[in-house]
Design a protein around this ligand. Structure first.
Ligand code: B1M
Length: 235
């Protein structure tokens, strides 16, 4: 560690400077510093959700821009992702603890050919925080993987994530399979990921496209409540 690095004591920084420093640390893939920053903000009374959105997601947005512009490359982005996961690991139990009673169940996974999992993990965490039981299938999920989990877990919701324009069409393959098997209406299908939009969600036959984790939670709550109410009416 250089002398210059030694001069920065995270706990002595104002909130604003600390978040700015965390953006730099995330950019540089410094996991321990990110973990320390998260702990400091929590100790200062920040809600876990605020730390997540303002400090971590904000920092990752900068990484994303520079990755797009060819300033950062895969190894650096992997380190940044690893640092972000360190912070998310601390926040996860706190988000869950602040959550509500169990309101439904979701199976979620990133689609086949796609290994991006940060956004999907974040959605899972926020859903758990909101009281949903979440079965996380991880990355690179085939139709068979989704179908197997739906059958064994019988969730209310199927959530799919895709971050690549080349992998997002696979969501339609999964939804078409649900239709073919006659089980499409048994599940609420929510989709998300940076390259998607509402029009795409509609075109592939999803129930909703979710712009971010907070929207996913709100949409899930609304649609699960509607499904349960319909069940009560038809019972
Ligand atoms: Co990748 N990557 N990447 N990458 N990567 C993107 C997606 C890219 C946009 C970067 C860029 O060029 N600007 C670009 C895609 C371009 C395109 O498709 N048009 C890209 C590329 C090209 C690639 C590779 C092909 C690079 C290469 O190898 N040459 C490769 C693909 C590997 C593969 O999947 N087969 C690759 C690899 C990687 C890493 C492994 C290095 C790493 C992933 C690490 C990991 O996830 N464990 C990585 C990362 C980190 C990114 C960026 C920089 C950040 C993604 C992220 O985590 N964002 C990304 C740039 C970007 O998105 N701006 C990029 C933070 C996260 C919180 O946001 O995932 O959008 P997001 O999730 C949000 C919402 O979208 C929504 O809620 C989340 C929380 O608010 N949401 C859902 C997401 N899923 C949802 C599911 C739901 C609901 C909401 O279900 C209900």
């Amino acid at each position: 560690m250089s002398d210059q690095d030694d001069e920065i004591i995270l706990s002595e920084l104002s909130d604003e400077d600390l978040v700015a420093q965390m953006y730099d640390d995330l950019y540089d893939g410094m996991k321990e510093e990110i973990e320390e920053g998260v702990n400091i903000l929590i100790a200062r009374g920040w809600t876990p959700y605020r730390v997540l959105t303002e400090a971590l997601v904000g920092g990752m947005t900068i990484v994303g821009h520079d990755f797009r512009d060819g300033i950062l490359f895969v190894p650096e982005v992997l380190l940044a992702a690893n640092a972000m996961k360190g912070g998310m690991f601390i926040l996860k139990p706190l988000l869950i603890a602040t959550g509500a009673p169990r309101v439904g169940k979701m199976v979620i996974g990133t689609v086949k050919g796609d290994i991006h999992d940060i956004g999907k993990n974040l959605v899972g965490m926020m859903m758990e925080g909101a009281g949903f039981e979440v079965i996380d299938l991880g990355i690179n999920n085939s139709v068979e993987s989704y179908m197997g989990a739906l059958e064994s877990e019988q969730p209310d919701i199927l959530g799919m994530s895709a971050l690549l324009t080349t992998t997002m069409p696979y969501m339609k393959v999964v939804i078409d399979t649900l239709v073919e098997k006659g089980v499409r209406d048994d599940y609420i299908v929510l989709v998300g990921g940076a390259p998607l939009n509402e029009e795409f969600g509609r075109a592939i036959g999803a129930d909703a496209y979710c712009r971010d984790a907070a929207v996913a939670v709100e949409t899930a709550k609304t649609l699960v409540a509607r499904k349960h109410n319909q069940g009560a009416v038809h019972a």
